[in-house]
Design a protein around this ligand. Structure first.
Ligand SMILES: C/C(=C\COP(=O)(O)OP(=O)(O)O)CCC[C@H](C)CCC[C@H](C)CCCC(C)C
Length: 335
């Protein structure tokens, strides 16, 4: 029998080192609670692009490829899908986030002074160059994908231009949609569900109005998810006059609006799947909603301010899995 090694608790130095490592990772991914003092330019540029936010867009492309019903595992399709993920994630989400950091630099100087722009680590002209390079590279890649797929109508280029425009009016004055609770939150939710989904679908199949309308409806569940993100900054938003839903309606009512949106619109989509006789997929989607309701009851509704992150981490995987189920169902039904 092997000898049992006693487990020794980490020393304060080890704990401090682990905390520092975690802060550095958070910093690179663009998460809150990062450590200041980064000087490597590529790391600063990556921080501006907030890699953590690329994931839902990349996932949206996967769901769209599934709903096209035409994705097959050939080398060409894998390369096309990878290029489309590069478009949605690093290039266009990167462009969106860098631009958001640029226009939020004053508010970040108070809320997150360690970010690359307010800390003065990266000069403004370099940030503007980064925004333009990402935007131009994104549009060029979308056009390349249109040509590669033999599209007569450049649907990917149009989607990329449209998304880039929405991203601009979301962050930049005079519209600054993010200041408007409903519009800003829906712009965020739909850009993270409908836009990449339609892009993935258009890459492998024929994008049609049914898919556009369904994903736009599904995006109301995304609106709910976007509201969850607003609980972390209620006080700051109130001070700066940002009309997030928790500021407009109060924490409890906003939390209820949020969970009703998330659950109701997934149920609506499940109803549509029943309507097109994809009953098994509808049942799986509804089963995936149950743990989300459980986590809403266990964490989010009890204390939205304290449990927002915990709720997202526990419930989000079920929501995103449900998106793939819907994509597969639509692809199976040939919608
Ligand atoms: C900048 C965004 C979120 C940050 O919002 P906020 O400043 O309120 O939060 P923080 O305080 O935490 O920073 C995202 C905004 C998304 C935008 C409306 C549109 C995105 C467009 C897509 C990137 C386009 C994808 C098109 C493609 C797949 C062809």
């Amino acid at each position: 029998m092997s000898e049992l090694t006693p487990i020794t608790p980490p020393t304060p130095t080890e704990q401090a080192k682990a905390a520092e490592r975690s802060a550095k990772t958070r910093q690179l991914l663009g998460m809150k609670g990062a450590s200041p003092g980064e000087t490597a330019v590529w790391k600063l540029r990556l921080q501006l692009m907030k890699p953590i936010t690329w994931i839902p867009l990349i996932w949206g492309v996967v769901c769209g490829a599934a709903s096209s019903g035409e994705y097959t595992w050939t080398l060409e399709n894998v390369l096309k899908a990878a290029a489309c993920m590069l478009l949605a994630g690093p290039l266009l989400a990167g462009y969106t986030q860098t631009m958001n950091e640029y226009y939020d630099r004053d508010i970040d100087a108070i809320n997150e002074p360690y970010r690359p722009i307010p800390s003065g680590a990266i000069p403004l002209p370099q940030v503007v160059t980064q925004i333009l390079v990402l935007l131009i590279a994104g549009i060029a890649l979308a056009f390349t994908l249109d040509v590669w797929s033999g599209h007569e109508f450049p649907s990917l280029t149009i989607l990329a231009l449209f998304g880039s425009f929405i991203a601009y009016i979301y962050s930049a004055p005079p519209l600054k949609l993010k200041q408007n609770g409903w519009l800003g939150t829906y712009a965020l939710g739909s850009s993270y569900i409908a836009l990449p989904w339609c892009t993935g679908h258009a890459l492998f199949g024929e994008l049609n109005w049914k898919i556009v309308i369904l994903t736009v409806i599904y995006s109301f569940a995304g609106l709910g998810i976007a509201i969850v993100n607003d609980f972390k900054s209620v006080e700051g938003d109130r001070q700066f006059g940002l009309k997030s839903l928790p500021v407009m309606f109060g924490v409890t009512t906003a939390a209820w609006i949020c969970v009703v949106m998330i659950d109701l619109f997934q149920a609506v989509i499940a109803g549509y799947l029943v309507f097109i006789h994809e009953n098994l997929y509808a049942a799986i989607l509804l089963l995936l909603v149950i743990p989300q309701i459980t986590f809403q009851d266990m964490y989010f509704l009890r204390d939205p301010l304290k449990n927002d992150v915990k709720y997202q981490a526990s419930a989000q995987p079920f929501l995103v899995l449900g998106m793939l189920v819907v994509g597969l169902a639509l692809g199976h039904a040939g919608v």
